[in-house]
Design a protein around this ligand. Structure first.
Ligand code: PEP
Ligand code: MN
Length: 327
């Protein structure tokens, strides 16, 4: 159950009243609302005099559109990811050097990106491959922001690194392989930074939305959902982009939903068509890998776009946005 109150005091009293019955209850302030949540199906007997009371049909509650009908905008630096607009996050898979990230940042900014991406802590399949520059990479991202004005998005892999990454980044990316790292998700609740939550490569849409529910229930409502492809029987492309998941998530949650065309493509020749499919399915934006010299990239070399390809993507995305009645 979700209970909404006009003031914090009454909400806190209600939480205590419910807990006295032995029903677990959480008090949270999200999206300008004072909320008391109890587990789905747990209906306390005590008379909770809430201003709004909703019983949801889903396991996830706070992120559900059944309850909050208006779309939630998420602020990243001085920009906003929101419904009705196409937000583009672009940059290399990993930060490799000052020259590489500065060149990439200036180019993607010039070509129309709204935010810069770049990994400093990389979740690599093999322990023998490039693992990222760590804090040095974060410092270079901060330099690139100072130079271009683009807010920066970067991955945090370990809960212990949240304060460090949050010190430099405008938004924290949670990688596909960490989507169900529940200790990490709980700590993001107090990270003080918006979260880009990638869907796990072997996770259902419901598991993805419940992962977002973890972050919200622990106090952080600034979550952007990211579809990045799942593993299926078909290995023609690197992963199978699930466009249906984008349409579903847009209808069932009020959070912004964006898509990553780079990781499912695995090959730069397929990135633009997948990016357009993501937008056509109703996504609020893209996160795409772009590198100054893709063949020489230290990670994901095959799938990163050249600046020229990124320019083509932005031009096509603009035309599609217009056709969809978006900014
Ligand atoms: C990435 O964005 O470079 C990345 C590792 O993504 P994912 O977690 O989706 O594989
Ligand atoms: Mn990558």
């Amino acid at each position: 159950m979700l209970y909404e109150f006009k003031d914090a005091e009454r909400a806190k009293e209600a939480k205590e009243l419910v807990e006295r019955e032995g029903v677990p209850a959480w008090y949270i302030e999200l999206w300008g609302r004072y909320i008391v949540a109890t587990p789905p199906g747990a209906k306390p007997k005590a008379a909770v005099k809430a201003d709004v009371e909703v019983e949801l049909k889903t396991e996830y509650q706070l992120v559900s559109r059944q309850w909050k009908k208006d779309p939630t905008p998420v602020r990243i630096g001085d920009r906003e990811v929101k419904e009705g607009k196409v937000f583009i996050i672009a940059g290399p898979c990993a930060v490799e050097s000052r020259e590489q990230i500065m060149t990439a940042a200036k180019a993607v900014k010039e070509l129309g990106a709204h935010a810069l991406r770049g990994g400093a802590f990389k979740p690599r399949t093999s322990p023998y491959t490039f693992q990222g520059l760590g804090e040095e990479g974060l410092k270079l991202l901060a330099e690139a922001r100072a130079e271009t004005g683009l807010p920066v998005v970067t991955e945090v892999m370990d809960a212990a690194d949240i304060p460090l990454v949050a010190k430099y980044a405008d938004a924290l990316q949670i990688g596909a392989r960490n989507m169900q790292n529940f200790a990490l998700l709980k700590k993001l609740g107090k990270a003080g930074r918006p979260v880009l939550l990638k869907r796990g490569l072997g996770n259902t849409v419901e598991e993805w939305l419940l992962a977002a529910e973890y972050v919200a229930l622990h106090g952080n409502g600034d979550v952007v959902l990211v579809e990045r492809g799942i593993r299926t029987f078909d290995r023609t492309l690197r992963f199978t982009l699930d466009v249906g998941a984008i349409a579903y998530a847009k209808q069932h949650t009020h959070l912004p939903v964006i898509g990553d065309p780079s990781h499912p493509a695995g090959d730069r020749r397929f990135v633009i068509p997948l990016a357009l499919a993501i937008l056509a399915a109703g996504a609020d934006g893209l996160i795409v890998e772009v590198h100054p010299d893709p063949p020489r990239a230290l990670s994901d070399a095959a799938q990163q776009l050249t600046f020229e390809q990124f320019a083509e993507l932005v031009e096509k995305a603009r035309a599609l946005a217009r056709a969809l009645g978006k900014e």
